[in-house]
Design a protein around this ligand. Structure first.
Ligand code: ZN
Length: 317
């Protein structure tokens, strides 16, 4: 009898332990900053997901309409999504009525889970290619990656993908605001949408544009990304929200475009001089010197040069 109680107790305790481990660690508060009339952004940390930032590193945004709140990219985990909702309460007491996800990279959308739990009826919009990738299992890879990089801080996060597909040219009237979708083929990924709030001249760029941070491009295409940025710069807007780094004006957008162009031009130089893909880095070091202080620069410049070289090569044939 005594034995049974001991066994039952330890089973119960084991249950408690696994329960608390499954809940991860709450993400500390990162307040929203007002960037435009009706628009606020949390400018997340610039470093990669790690133990100290608990995986949180993107720029979640909120747009207030006269019918409720629209969230863009609620973060990298259920805990990040919960933090976004907590911070939202300090800005508005309105309910969340819609969510947009800019692309497939999990640091931007695994927070959907928290929004779905609190607002089961709010539609979550993403590019049609993103829905296909989530269906094919991309989200699970991101959940595992986040958990590993944060040593379990994001534990408990589950894949909740978008449930409404969007494409280029779609326009949504949500309350008194018009959300227009821009997608120009493969850029940072194949799944990118840029979201324009027409009445307020605000554009959420996703990772098609970043500031103070050089993102990975392994799912992207240099010329595609440059072309997408050139097209979006053709619209009238005042406030440009990058996927990472500070919100800015058109000059901020052009700065990232110029980085991509500098790397691509370096790759062309190497190719035309019969050099190898590994030689691009040395050439691009000169051409991109002004980006030296950006997070990720040291790690990404080499791979970016090699990738751009392959694109130059492919364009020749
Ligand atoms: Zn990304």
């Amino acid at each position: 009898m005594k034995m049974t109680i001991v066994v039952l107790c330890s089973l119960f305790l084991a249950g408690i332990t696994s329960l608390s481990a499954a809940s991860g660690t709450p993400v500390r508060d990162y307040p929203f900053e007002k960037v435009a009339e009706n628009t606020w952004v949390i400018h997340g940390p610039l470093e990669m997901p790690n133990v100290s930032n608990q995986g949180f590193m993107n720029n979640p945004g909120i747009v207030l309409t006269n019918e409720g709140v629209v969230i863009v990219d609620p973060g990298s985990s259920v805990q990040a999504g919960e933090m976004v909702l907590r911070m939202l309460e300090k800005v508005s007491d309105q309910l969340v009525i819609a969510v947009f996800n800019t692309h497939i990279h999990g640091d931007h959308w695994l927070g959907n889970q928290a929004i779905r739990t609190a607002y089961p009826d709010a539609p979550i919009y993403g590019h049609v290619e993103m829905l296909a990738m989530v269906d094919a299992g991309s989200g699970d890879t991101w959940v595992e990656l986040m958990e590993r990089l944060t040593e379990g801080a994001t534990k408990g996060t589950k894949v909740v993908g978008p449930n409404h597909a969007v494409k280029h040219g779609d326009s949504f009237k949500i309350g008194n605001k018009t959300f227009r979708i821009h997608h120009h083929g493969q850029a940072h990924t194949r799944t990118d949408i840029m979201i324009e709030i027409e009445e307020d001249g605000v554009v959420f760029l996703g990772d098609n544009v970043t500031a103070d941070r050089i993102p990975r491009m392994s799912d992207g295409n240099f010329m595609g990304n440059i072309g997408s940025v050139d097209k979006i710069l053709g619209i009238e807007a005042k406030t440009w929200v990058p996927g990472h780094g500070p919100t800015g004006d058109a000059a901020m957008v052009k700065a990232y475009r110029d980085y991509l162009q500098a790397v691509y031009s370096s790759a062309e130089k190497a190719f035309n001089a019969d050099l190898d893909s590994s030689d691009v880095k040395a050439i691009s070091l000169q051409a991109t010197i002004q980006y030296k202080g950006w997070a990720g620069y040291e790690n990404e410049l080499g791979p970016h040069g090699a990738q751009a070289y392959m694109e130059v090569e492919a364009a020749e044939f």
